[in-house]
Design a protein around this ligand. Structure first.
Ligand SMILES: NC(=O)c1ccc[n+]([C@@H]2O[C@H](COP(=O)([O-])OP(=O)(O)OC[C@H]3O[C@@H](n4cnc5c(N)ncnc54)[C@H](OP(=O)(O)O)[C@@H]3O)[C@@H](O)[C@H]2O)c1
Length: 300
């Protein structure tokens, strides 16, 4: 099966590549930067250019596309809404249009986010697929708008919503909550972490496994792919400090009200993963995932 992975240099894209290779997939990779694996076909492409996107689809001739590329910095999206829309919505539309024209049977798998929910559930329980979406931020709204285009794609499609993705990816341009906390605590610097935001943090490796599962099963519709445990950034920071033997006393509890980031975040957006579990998705607990990362990358 020919599979095109967009955003291949990002945190999730890097893990999608690694998991895909371990499963013997016929991979075609793309991002804006340089190729990073000599043995895997790679095309550098900016998905905001429709001609580049057409050429990319012609080059890869995919049977499956896992569309992971996006502008992912939530505050940058809030401050640059047009740029955010261009990267997250328009680029997705170009990709869907090129597939419809050139490869109309391609299974399109779109990576989305828990930020499509507002975080004020009527009943305080993890969100299930089909719950009402009402994004608070430009980033969340852009991903929901892209989802709407995906739902109109006439070929087979799936939307995989994930949350607070963490892990190690040498090709990724940005840090993530795991690398940020370890770096700061190693330097002996204190760090404020929210106690009033509830998420299901997701190891990038597990999300990648889940996305391959969707591809291999030809799954269609909406799926939540996150970790199984509900954490606040503060409790997640404590777990990281314990696994890496760093000082928990450097972690300072904070609330969003005191902090005021440019983009509002949902206060409570854990994801229920029962639907994906029924398909065979088995993510690691927070503790197991952190221990495995520490075993693989003790020097981190
Ligand atoms: N990180 C999270 O906590 C989180 C949570 C929920 C959902 N998600 C979703 O998961 C997906 C992957 O996130 P991530 O954290 O792995 O992202 P990331 O590390 O920021 O990587 C984003 C990737 O997208 C590529 N990209 C961005 N704009 C592009 C464009 N115009 N044309 C071509 N490529 C472009 C980048 O290419 P270069 O590397 O070449 O610049 C990079 O490879 C995204 O769709 C995101 O919305 C992430």
């Amino acid at each position: 099966m020919r599979i095109l992975v967009t955003g291949a240099r990002g945190l999730l894209g890097y893990h999608l590549t690694k998991v895909g290779l371990s499963r013997g997939a016929e991979l075609f990779l793309t991002a804006r930067g340089e190729a990073f694996l000599s043995e895997v076909p790679y095309q550098s492409a900016d998905l905001t250019d429709p001609e580049v996107v057409q050429a990319l689809v012609q080059w890869a001739q995919p049977e499956v596309v896992i569309h992971s590329a996006a502008m992912t910095l939530v505050d940058a999206c809030q401050e640059n809404p047009f740029l955010c829309w261009l990267h997250n919505v328009t680029a997705t539309r170009y990709l869907l249009g090129a597939l419809q024209a050139l490869r109309p049977q391609t299974h399109f798998i779109f990576v989305s986010t828990d930020f499509v929910y507002d975080g004020f559930p009527v009943v305080r329980r993890p969100y299930v697929e089909g719950d009402y979406e009402a994004p608070l931020s430009v980033y969340g709204a852009s991903k929901l708008a892209a989802e709407a285009w995906v739902r109109h794609y006439p070929g087979p499609w799936a939307i995989a919503r994930t949350a607070l993705v963490y892990g190690i990816a040498p090709t990724a341009a940005r840090d993530n909550i795991l690398t940020r906390i370890i770096t700061q605590l190693r330097r002996g610097q204190s760090m404020s972490l929210f106690t009033d935001q509830f998420r299901t943090p997701s190891w990038a490796h597990d999300v990648a496994e889940g996305l391959w599962l969707l591809a291999e099963k030809g799954a269609q519709g909406i799926y939540h792919l996150s970790g199984p445990d509900i954490e606040t950034p503060y409790s997640f920071g404590q777990a990281i400090a314990q696994v890496w033997g760093l000082s928990e006393s450097l972690l300072e509890p904070a609330t969003e009200r005191e902090w005021r980031a440019p983009a509002p975040r949902p206060p409570y957006s854990p994801l229920s993963i029962e639907k994906a579990r029924a398909l065979g998705y088995i993510p690691h607990s927070t503790q197991e995932a952190l221990r495995q990362i520490a075993l693989m990358q003790p020097e981190l």
